[in-house]
Design a protein around this ligand. Structure first.
Ligand code: N01
Length: 534
């Protein structure tokens, strides 16, 4: 990759994950010169970093993939219903090679700062390599789960064993044989790695602060017949996903959980539990909207946990309390609850017995000591805004994005922020983002940004920026819509609760990908309403 200095580039895109690559493909095809800057030496974003044992996607492979190329769809052969991290990374590498994307990616290059130059309507961008780039458009495709979060626990540096974070997992294999392992955190990452590590380790301690819900993944290999049958009508499947609220590839049930008699409801729950993974939460239209409907789903799930976990004390601790089912993102697991029936697995409730320090030989809680050889932080991320606010992004009049968003993210459609012309954010706060199949959201955003830029160029405009009133209304709409759901009833990352001191506002748009896309089309059809162009 040749260093590109001072030459005016049409679009600098930050991040070579699914979103950045799709933006690169799409904008390049529209005739724009593009450069992607990527901190790693690899494409893949989160799928490049989260290499922990058991890492998989909980959206079905055929839906968690790009829909822009029929040839790509037909030639790629998924092997499992829910792909493992390695297979997804192979897929992204394949896409990058197939469409010759790497020639426009500068690897091992981190964004340091971006400053808007009002006199030229361009962005001046500085990278960790010392490059100074000038771009007409600046696109942040940095992902929502890309700034790992690790608690500051006293004594960590004294630990004689190895410490890992789920999202910064080494490329070489970690051997757990004969080891005493501790996992801190029971979100999706902790839940996925628990059964795999418990198979290998001598002893595994799970340090749980909040019990969350988990739904069985129902893994399955894809037969040649199934692959052929999906590919024969892939278009319909894609349309179904695009037109469902979550962007997942199945038809949601339009009925209320309260309308069906208990025996029918039980049958529907049972079928969904054994087939749909994350889609279980959508088996009735109101599970995530109405507390009463949620309670019946919750009761079913609590029964399932009880059937799986033998020890009554452990069962009680693993049963979530105090928030609606699905209000915090549930995990999708393979034999998570069952792991706690193993002799070598121990659950430590750190709400009851908080961690005091990491010692040379393990973890000391208020009442106990746990000798360990390996400690794993599965403690998640500074979600939604972490990676957007890490670099110094300076808009009009020297105002930084950090200052502009100090009370929470403010933007129009999740895409554009007042005071930051010609800058776009992909799949971030204010858009369906993590409340959707992010591949559907990614493609919607890439296409919308392309259409907007092409339109601007045709109209001879230099600058585009969210209009202050449209931004205000959108932020209000995102907040108001969240109140129709049960999401705000849990202290989760949807609410900014994962990082102490972070503004408590609802981050993603909860209206679903279909209605969101309709809004995008409406904006396009009405002369890009809500955007000011100069
Ligand atoms: O992170 P999390 P994750 N002391 O934030 C605990 C996606 N994903 O990496 O709830 C002790 O969910 C924290 O406890 P609490 C998916 O969107 C997808 O697991 O804050 N514990 C929680 O238990 C997912 O939602 C896939 O009380 C601390 C855990 O750490 C998102 O990534 C796979 C703590 C963090 O859970 C994030 O998942 C993996 C502290 N100081 C991830 N701080 C699939 O596609 C935090 N915790 C399947």
């Amino acid at each position: 990759m040749q260093e590109k200095k001072s030459k005016l580039i049409d679009a600098v895109i930050v991040g070579a994950g699914f979103a950045g690559l799709r933006a690169l493909y799409t904008l390049r095809k529209a005739g724009l010169s593009c450069l992607v800057i990527e901190a790693s030496d690899e494409v893949g974003g989160v799928w490049n970093y989260n290499r922990y044992p058991g890492a998989r996607c909980d959206v079905e492979s055929y839906d968690y993939s790009y829909g822009f190329s029929r040839e790509l769809e037909n030639e790629w052969r998924w092997t499992e219903r829910y792909a493992k991290q390695g297979e997804i990374l192979e897929y992204i590498r394949h896409v990058a090679d197939r469409f010759d994307l790497k020639k426009d990616i500068s690897f091992k290059t981190r964004l340091e700062s971006a400053q808007y130059d009002e006199s030229h309507a361009t962005w001046n961008i500085e990278t960790s390599k010392g490059d100074r780039l000038t771009a007409r458009f600046f696109i942040m495709a940095v992902g929502q789960l890309s700034k790992p979060k690790k608690p500051d626990i006293k004594g960590e540096s004294s630990f004689k064993g190895n410490i890992y974070h789920s999202a910064l997992w080494p490329r070489e294999k970690v051997d757990f044989t004969g080891k005493r392992v501790g996992i801190i955190g029971t979100g999706s990452s902790g839940v996925q790695m628990t059964p795999v590590i418990s198979d290998q380790a001598d002893h595994l301690c799970i340090f749980q602060r909040t019990a969350n819900y988990s739904i069985p993944a129902c893994h399955a290999h894809i037969s040649d017949e199934e692959d052929a049958s999906i590919k024969a009508d892939y278009k319909t499947r894609r349309e179904q996903a695009r037109n469902s609220p979550s962007g997942l590839g199945f038809v949601p049930n339009g009925a209320s959980a309260l309308d069906d008699p208990p025996d029918i409801r039980e049958k529907n729950f049972e079928e969904a539990w054994n087939r749909l993974g994350f889609g279980f939460a959508l088996v009735y239209k109101d599970i995530l909207l109405n507390e009463e409907a949620n309670d019946v789903a919750k009761e079913f799930v609590h029964r399932k946990i009880a059937e799986k976990v033998h020890d009554p004390v452990v069962r009680e601790k693993l049963t979530p309390k105090g928030f609606p089912f699905g209000a915090m993102r549930p995990a999708v697991d393979h034999l998570y609850y069952e792991s706690f029936n193993r002799e070598n697995v121990e659950l430590v409730d750190i709400k009851e017995d908080p961690i005091q320090e990491i010692t040379e030989t393990g973890i000391r809680t208020e009442n106990n000591e746990y000798p360990l050889d390996i400690i794993i932080f599965a403690t998640g991320f500074d979600v939604f805004t972490g990676s957007l606010l890490a670099p110094e992004i300076v808009g009009r009049n020297g105002v930084t994005l950090r200052e502009r968003w100090k009370d929470g993210p403010k933007n129009y459609l999740g895409l554009s922020t007042v005071g930051f012309p010609n800058m776009f954010i992909m799949v971030g706060p204010g858009s369906p983002s993590l409340l959707s199949n992010v591949l559907v959201s990614t493609e919607d955003h890439a296409d919308f940004i392309r259409d907007l830029i092409v339109n601007m160029k045709e109209a001879g405009m230099d600058e585009v920026e969210a209009n202050a009133e449209a931004e205000l209304q959108w932020v209000e709409h995102v907040n108001e819509h969240s109140k129709k759901t049960l999401y705000p009833k849990a202290a989760s990352y949807y609410m900014g609760a994962e990082v102490p001191g972070k503004p408590h506002v609802f981050m993603p748009y909860s209206g679903g990908v279909r209605s969101y896309r309709r809004t995008l089309y409406d904006v396009m059809d009405n002369d890009w309403k809500g955007f000011d162009m100069h």
